[in-house]
Each structure stands twice: as C-alpha cells, then as structure tokens.
Write a new protein. Sequence first.
Length: 117
Amino acid sequence: MQEVRCFAPHKRGDSAPRKEETNMPTKSTAKKEGAESVKKTPVKKAAPAKAPVVEEVYVQFGGEEWKVADLSERAKAAYLAQGHRASGIKKLSVYVKPEEGKAYYVINDKESGSIDL
C-alpha cells in the first residue's frame, strides 16, 4: 500500500512549523477508530437454570390411589402387546373410571382398549 503525504496549510500569524500529515492510521488512531466502530452492548447475565417442575397426578377413589403416568405407561404397553409399534403412537387419551376398576385408552383417535386398575 502506498503512503500518501500532504502538508497542513500554514496559517498566517501561526509560528508553528508545518506539520506533516499522513492518510495512514497510526497505532493510537487505529485503536481509537476500532473502538468507536465496535459498539459495546451490556453483558446480560444468564438467569440461573431452574430445575424442571416435577408433576405427579394421582387419582384417589374408595381408599385406593393410582398414578396417572403409570396408567398411561400401562396403556401403551397394552397397545404394544397387541402387535403395534411404539412409533405409531401420536396421541394417547386415558379415561379413568375407578367405580368400574378400569382405565380406558384411545390411541390416535382410532384404536381403543382398557386396562384394569
């Protein structure tokens, strides 16, 4: 890269000698220009990671108790025992009827069955 030199005009009454200027940035001006072009954004502190909420839903009836997640797993197992694949389950609905001692399930709004509580 070729350096271009020019002289600052000398003003009348100015006793200072002419100063040579260059178009090449010096180390001090390069740092200043670089600092100006980079905007500083405030550092956002990451919120502390919250532990996931553990949800457990139970059905209680007649002195007995059933965990809903266990009933869902048992419904899936009953569906798979009929020869279906686990990848085929897109939607699972479980209806608990404790007065009958059964939980009814519907898979993908097509297949249905029941399991004993």
